[in-house]
Design a protein around this ligand. Structure first.
Ligand code: NAP
Length: 527
């Protein structure tokens, strides 16, 4: 999900992420590490001004109406970081009303005014990159360098949409009648509700809110309950950047089903932008039917990573390592099925096993050198273990890992399994964990058929040096994003999104604004 190749301004960014991923790696087996927050970081967390515990509604930081709170814990250690407002229906309605009221004035601000605020927000994120990254690592567990890269990615969305805000234009269309002239203008859709996941708690929210505000929409946001702190910190910076009261509202809470239903069914909400699992996405679509909302759905993936006989095996293995194990396999664009052609199958398997052995280090995200943090929950560990067990039972052969890692309850060893059959669970469901299954294939058609055999289609990757094959396969993959001879596809300039049950709409890029704009046609008569 990271944007690679960001501007020089966001220099310490995910542009260097693959390199950092490799630099962080060190020789020797994946190691255990004491799963403790290091003292200097603990002190920071205790004193951090960007750690907020309250909901933000109509420009005010509020406790939940009924005073309820919930705990946020570090997944590496299980330690409590803090407690935040556990909002319920009344808070959500207040947030919606505030956003609706603010829309009446925010929609009429000039693009330049919105652009200046978004640009300030980008600069504030850059200024506070380290603090934001530490908060992110504490609540999500990902290595600090990855967290810094995520924050840089989030800042890049504010920078990008501060520029795009000023390029919203319309059309003048020649009418087929002498007495009429046709115009097309674009208008903000209204109040946008945003529900975001824990795996990119900073950049997912940044990607949505920057586009929404640029378009002239106001927002009600609901971050994942595992990781509300990154979202609250972002909102604080938005407030500092000068976003007026009511334009940004955030409700934190554990009752996602209740909050989600209210947002979907409210006639005051014009749009739902959701990033998360396909099942929840489907539910939100159903719940929004009665009010016919605009929907943006960034849902689950199950990316194929195909290595053809002509591929540069070393480059393909390095890219597979990165694509599979970044964020411990917890990204929606992670390679989930690695399909390798007959002739190079053994060589590729050996190379990937060696890279896992040499480059990956499991541990606390705060420890320098860690490339593999914890999984988000015990449930996630159970799912990964189930996929491994199933693949082995069906004839897969273990080359690395295969079990929980001694670093802590929520750590799983980076795992490589070869000779996995296509009917294995892991070939048919998103794993969201550090397990790479290798599947053997003989012909291009077979690989494309396996790749397209699932109901989702977010990202797909392949390595080949046959030019005709590159174009053919890129066109035939049923996905929203293709990486041909690269696994680094994400960038603020490029449209992010999927097809089939991976969702609808696009985020980032110039297309990302369209999801927050209505097209209005004006026919001027009597000329
Ligand atoms: P999830 O369960 O769908 O949760 C995502 C968000 O939805 C959280 O804020 C969650 O709140 C909320 N939620 C849960 N149940 C809800 C309901 N009934 N109504 C309204 N909101 C509800 O997803 P996850 O398993 O945590 O996240 C991983 C999934 O996200 C994976 O499938 C991954 O592929 C997908 N993802 C997709 C993209 C993309 O861009 N396509 C990017 C990242 C992740 P609580 O935390 O409070 O439960």
């Amino acid at each position: 999900m990271f944007a690679y190749g960001l501007s020089v301004r966001y220099g310490r960014s995910i542009a260097v992420s693959l390199q950092r991923f490799q630099e962080l790696s060190h020789s020797g087996r994946a190691m255990s590490s004491a799963a403790k927050v290091l003292p200097q970081y603990q002190q920071f967390l205790d004193e951090a001004k960007l750690i907020r515990q309250k909901a933000y509604i109509n420009g005010k930081w509020n406790d939940a109406c009924d005073g309820a709170t919930f705990e946020v814990r570090n997944p590496a250690t299980g330690d409590r970081i803090t407690s935040v407002a556990d909002c319920s229906a009344k808070d959500v309605h207040q947030a919606i009303n505030a956003a609706q009221k603010a829309f009446k004035t925010w929609r009429d601000t000039t693009a330049k005014e919105r652009s200046v605020i978004l640009r300030r927000w980008a600069d504030l994120m850059t200024k506070h990159q380290k603090e934001l990254a530490m908060i992110l690592t504490a609540e999500n567990g990902k290595p600090l360098a990855e967290a810094e890269a995520e924050v840089a990615s989030g800042a890049s969305f504010f920078e990008w949409y501060s520029e795009e805000a000023r390029h919203i234009t319309g059309d003048i269309i020649n009418a087929p009648f002498k007495d009429r002239q046709f115009f097309v203008i674009k208008e903000p859709v209204g109040v946008a509700a945003m529900i975001t996941p824990w795996n990119f708690p900073s950049s997912m929210l940044a990607r949505k809110v920057s586009a929404a505000l640029a378009a002239g929409c106001t927002c009600v946001m609901k971050p994942a309950s595992e990781t509300p702190l990154s979202a609250l910190a972002l909102v604080q910076l938005g407030e500092e950047a000068g976003v007026p009261p009511g334009v940004l509202n955030i409700v934190t809470g554990t009752n996602a089903a209740e909050i989600g239903k209210i947002l979907c069914e409210s006639p005051l909400i014009a749009k739902i932008s959701f990033t998360g699992s396909t099942n929840v996405g489907k539910l939100l679509i159903q719940q929004s039917a009665s009010t016919v909302k605009r929907m943006s759905m960034e849902l689950g993936g199950h990316a194929p990573f195909i290595v053809f006989n002509s591929a540069d095996i070393k480059a393909a293995a390095e890219a597979a390592l990165f694509s599979k194990f970044r964020a411990s396999g917890q990204t929606c664009v992670c390679a989930n099925r690695i399909l390798v052609q007959d002739k190079i199958y053994d060589a590729f398997a050996d190379q990937l096993a060696e890279l896992i052995d040499k480059k990956l280090r499991v541990g606390n995200g705060f420890e320098s050198g860690t490339t593999q943090g914890p999984l988000i929950s015990k449930k996630a560990i159970d799912k990964v273990a189930k996929h491994v067990e199933d693949a082995l039972q069906r004839g897969g052969k273990l080359l690395s890992g295969g079990q929980k890692h001694p670093a802590g309850e929520q750590f799983f060893a980076p795992t490589l399994i070869r000779d996995v059959p296509t009917d294995a669970l892991i070939c048919n469901e998103e794993t969201f964990g550090p397990v790479a299954p290798l599947v053997r294939f003989a012909e291009e058609d077979e690989a494309v058929a396996i790749a397209n055999s699932v109901r989702v289609g977010l990202a797909g990757y392949f390595y080949s040096q046959d030019v005709a094959q590159i174009w053919r396969v890129a066109k035939r993959l049923e996905v929203g994003m293709v990486g041909a001879n690269t696994a680094m596809i994400s960038s603020v300039e490029a449209p992010f999104g999927g097809v089939k049950e991976s969702g609808m709409g696009r985020e980032g890029s110039r297309y990302g604004l369209d999801d927050y704009l209505n097209i209005k046609y004006i026919c001027l008569g009597g000329l």
